[in-house]
Design a protein around this ligand. Structure first.
Ligand code: NQM
Length: 371
C-alpha cells in the first residue's frame, strides 16, 4: 500500500468565510490535478463534505493558492478557488475578498513577505481578476497578531483588523454600458467593482428583503425568477452562459432597517449569503452611488464621506467607496476585515481511487461550482 498523499495546509477564517490556504508550490501545477486534489481535500462532492475539510456551505468550501509575485507592483499572487459542495466543481471565475483577508497574514507566516515591527502591508495581485489589493495588519515584534478589538458582523467576538484597500479597477464599472437595464421584465443595475453583481429591488420580486436566508432559499417562485434574471443578465454583462457558474451574484435591495445605507440579501448565486461578500459589497456600494441606478429611492446614503453601510442578514459591512459618476469610475475602495489562523499542518486528501468516478476528473471545472 502506498503512503497517503499529504499536503501542507493552513486553515484560516478570512472575514466571514473559511478556507484552506496553500503555497502554490505545495499543489500540482496542472490545474486539473490541482482541482481534483482540492475536491478530495474538501470532501466534495457531498452535501455534508463529511470526508474533508469543507464546512458544507459555499462560504466554508474555499481555497487560496499563494506564491511570491513576479509583478513589481505586488509582493504575492493570490488565486482564489471556489470548491463546490455537492457537485465536483472547482472554479477560478470568481474572486473572494473575504478569503483575501487571510492572504497577507498567511504570506508572512510562510515567509513570503518579511514582517514589519509594528504592522505589515502586503501588496497582493489577485490572479482571478488581475487586480491589486493592499492588506495591512498588525505584526508586533515581527509576528502576525490575530487577537484584537475589531468586530465584523457575522463573526463572533473580536480580532485584529485587516485593512484592505483596492486601487481603482481596470474593468468597466457598468458591464452593460447602462446604469439601468430591464432584464426578465425587471429593472436592474449591473455593476462590477471587483465582483459582477446584479442589483435588484427586492420589492420587484415580491419580497421585502428582510427575510432570513433560509426563508428566501425555500421560496421556489423566487428561485425561478432569480435564475431567469441571472441568465439574461449574464449575457448582457458579457459573461456568456452563466448557468452553473458562480458569477454574477444577485443582490436584492431594500430600505435600511438598522441605521445603515441599504438592506441586502445576496444570492451566490443559489444559496443566500449569510452576510455579504467583500467585493460583492464593494460592487453594491459603488452601484448605489451611481445616479439613475435602481438603488435610488431605496438606499439612504450619507450626505458626506465615502462610507456606505451595507446591511445584511447578520449585521452590516462598511465599505468606503469613492465614485466619479461622470466617467463612471471608482477611485477608491476600502474595507476592514479580520482573519484568524485556525489550524496549520498536513491535510490528507481522500484517496483518488475511492472518489466517485465523476469526481476524478472535475469536468467543466470553471462551470460547476454554482451552489
Ligand atoms: O465578494 C462569497 C464571501 C464571498 C465572496 C460569494 C467575497 C467577495 O463572502 O469578495 O468575499 O460571493 O460567493 O466569501
Amino acid at each position: 500500500m502506498s503512503a497517503p498523499e499529504a499536503v501542507r495546509c493552513t486553515l484560516m477564517r478570512g472575514g466571514t468565510s473559511k478556507g484552506a490556504y496553500f503555497l502554490a508550490d505545495d499543489l500540482p501545477a496542472d490545474p486539473g490535478a490541482r482541482d481534483d486534489l482540492l475536491l478530495r481535500v474538501m470532501g466534495s462532492p457531498d452535501p455534508r463534505q463529511i470526508d474533508g475539510l469543507g464546512g458544507a456551505h459555499p462560504l466554508t468550501s474555499k481555497a487560496a493558492v499563494v506564491s511570491g509575485s513576479t509583478d513589481p507592483d505586488a509582493d504575492v499572487d493570490y488565486l482564489f478557488l471556489q470548491v463546490a459542495v455537492d457537485t465536483p466543481g472547482v472554479t477560478d471565475r470568481q474572486n473572494c475578498g473575504n478569503i483575501l483577508a487571510g492572504v497577507g497574514p498567511f504570506a508572512v507566516e510562510r515567509g513570503l513577505v518579511p514582517a514589519g515591527d509594528a504592522e505589515t502591508s502586503v501588496r497582493i495581485r489577485m490572479l482571478n481578476t488581475g487586480e491589486l489589493a493592499v492588506a495591512t495588519f498588525p505584526t508586533p515584534h515581527g509576528r502576525v497578531r490575530y487577537d484584537g478589538d475589531a468586530a465584523i458582523s457575522g463573526v463572533p467576538g473580536t480580532a485584529a483588523p485587516v485593512v484592505v484597500e483596492f486601487p481603482p479597477a481596470a474593468g468597466p464599472l457598468l458591464p452593460t454600458g447602462n446604469v439601468r437595464d430591464t432584464v426578465a421584465g425587471t429593472e436592474v443595475t449591473c455593476v462590477d467593482n471587483g465582483m459582477p453583481v446584479v442589483l435588484v429591488p427586492a420589492a420587484a420580486l415580491g419580497v421585502d428583503g428582510a427575510e432570513t436566508p433560509a426563508e428566501l432559499e425555500a421560496d421556489a417562485v423566487l428561485a425561478g425568477r432569480l435564475r431567469a434574471l441571472r441568465a439574461e443578465a449574464g449575457h448582457l454583462m458579457g459573461l456568456g452562459d452563466v448557468e452553473g457558474t458562480t458569477v454574477p451574484k444577485l443582490t436584492l435591495l431594500a430600505p435600511p432597517r438598522d441605521g445603515g445605507s441599504v438592506g441586502t440579501r445576496t444570492f451566490i448565486p443559489v444559496r443566500c449569503h449569510t452576510s455579504i461578500g467583500v467585493l460583492g459589497a464593494a460592487s453594491v456600494a459603488a452601484g448605489l452611488r451611481l445616479p439613475g441606478g435602481v438603488g435610488e429611492g431605496i438606499a439612504e446614503l450619507p450626505a458626506a464621506g465615502d462610507r456606505v453601510r451595507v446591511e445584511h442578514p447578520t449585521g452590516f459591512l462598511d465599505v468606503d467607496v469613492r465614485v466619479d459618476p461622470a466617467v463612471p469610475v471608482v477611485r477608491r475602495t476600502a474595507v476592514v476585515r479580520t482573519a484568524r489562523k485556525i489550524f496549520d499542518g498536513t491535510v490528507f486528501p481522500r484517496p483518488a481511487e475511492t472518489a466517485p468516478a465523476h469526481a476524478r476528473r472535475p469536468g467543466g471545472r470553471h462551470d460547476s461550482a454554482a451552489r
